[in-house]
Design a protein around this ligand. Structure first.
Ligand SMILES: [Mg+2]
Length: 435
């Protein structure tokens, strides 16, 4: 279904897989870089060189930061934090609105370059992928050199930078790509763990959530090395069962999960957002889900397809995923309908307690078939489709960020859309009545 699922959990270790060679490629500040690259192409100034961010509304000081530039990071601005807080840290912060259609285009282009070099490419999220370079030593005798070639080609042709992490498995490749940024290549092989991996704070270990890090902190386990020195029995007492085994493996840099190329027939449309600031209320969660539903439905409409199934995934801070899917009576590409189902699934999934870190929405089992008949018996649906059409045509002409749905205007995630509010008002009002 294309969600960025970590497939690292409790994988068996086999020695014959130890000589694998995996690259993890991660776009630096993706949303912001992609917006900057577009602006630079048009001769505008480069957002990456100033404190800037993609996110909520600057004037109203609402919404959250979805991505930030490196100069903004120096002020302590972080992804997922409220715009109001970011502005307190950095009053001159430039904030631009997200444009998911642009992101989808950039993602496609950068993956296409990666696919030229690797036999197997797994898209991990909109701005990250794994390349299985195992067995390519004859064509590419020097992994670091070829990593530079890929990185430079992406930068020179597409105008944005990536980090490449090289390792013997997905876990270590991913950890390596997170070292110094931007535009860098790093390696993390088993003989480098002592120097580059064990001294890292335990919260930097992939799949260790903030709550687990806090728990470990309380028992004086601050670094990955300290975690690795615990035996499985001790871990069992601290975190219990499956997760203990998982922690044991990842703290030793062990991961046997394969790089999986997406099967083209399983094509779905999905989008997900990871927030560092956890979402704790249903209201906030629904606004994030509306944003995701809108971006997924917009892509369905752009490809002239409708989906029979909709699904939601939630990840809590301890990295447990919950997901649920639903089959529809008629296939849809309508934002309201997708959001309506997504909201239902969310309420079934969420107990109202666990803070949520990642939200994902997917639409799949797509068809070219028209679901017209059902629209005739419900005038509301027809109206909602008209709104989609108007929104799409304006976005087509003036860009994705010219129109933001009425309900999202009030969202902590993407408020704003002031300039064209009149044309989305009906949509917003109707949605509010339904809620
Ligand atoms: Mg990234």
């Amino acid at each position: 279904m294309g969600f960025p699922r970590p497939s690292l959990a409790c994988a068996p270790i086999s020695s014959d897989k130890m000589d694998r060679l995996i690259f993890h490629i991660d776009v630096n500040s993706a949303f912001l870089s992609w917006e900057s690259a577009r602006r630079v192409k048009k001769g505008e100034s480069d957002l990456r060189l100033v404190p800037s961010a993609v996110g909520g509304d600057r004037d109203r000081r609402t919404g959250v930061i979805l991505a930030k530039s490196i100069p903004a990071k120096k002020y302590g601005v972080s992804t997922g934090e409220p715009v109001s807080m970011a502005l307190r840290k950095c009053p001159e912060l430039v904030i631009v609105k997200p444009d998911f259609r642009l992101y989808a285009q950039c993602s496609k282009k950068f993956l296409a370059i990666c696919r030229k070099y690797a036999p197997v490419v797994e898209q991990f999220s909109i701005d990250e992928c794994f390349l299985d370079m195992s067995g390519t030593s004859r064509i590419y005798p020097d992994p670091v050199a070829i990593a530079h070639t890929i990185k430079d080609e992406i930068r020179d042709r597409l105008g944005f930078t990536v980090n490449v992490g090289i390792g013997p498995n997905k876990l270590l490749a991913k950890m390596a790509s997170d070292f110094e940024k931007p535009d860098k290549v790093h390696t993390l092989f088993f003989d480098e763990l002592e120097e580059k991996f064990y001294p890292l704070p335990v919260r930097d270990l992939f799949t260790v959530g903030r709550s687990t890090a806090k728990l470990l902190d309380r028992i004086n386990v601050h670094t990955i090395g300290e975690l690795a020195s615990l035996d499985q029995k001790a871990l069992d007492i601290i975190v219990g069962g499956k997760f203990a085994k998982h922690l044991y493996l990842v703290s030793h840099g062990l991961d046997d999960s394969p790089v999986l190329a997406e099967r083209p027939e399983a094509k779905g449309y999905s989008n997900s957002i990871t927030l560092e600031e956890d979402v704790t209320t249903a209201e906030e969660a629904e606004q994030v889900l509306l944003l995701l539903s809108d971006s997924v439905a917009t892509r369905l409409r752009a490809d002239s397809v409708r989906a029979w199934c909709v699904s939601v995934v939630l990840r809590s801070t301890d990295f447990t995923d919950r997901s649920k899917q639903m089959r529809l009576d008629t296939p849809t590409d309508n934002t309201d309908e997708v959001f309506d189902k997504v909201k239902k699934l969310f309420l079934e999934l969420w107990d109202g307690e666990d803070p949520i870190r990642l939200f994902g929405v997917a639409a799949f089992d797509v068809t070219k078939e028209e679901g017209q008949l059902s629209f005739f018996d419900d005038p509301k649906k027809e109206k909602s489709r008209d709104v989609d059409e108007v929104v799409d045509s304006i976005r087509e002409r003036f860009g994705m960020d010219t129109i933001i749905r009425g309900s999202i205007c009030k969202s902590p995630v993407v408020p704003g859309g002031r300039h064209l509010r009149h044309s989305t008002k009906a949509d917003g009002e109707e949605k509010n009545k339904k809620q």
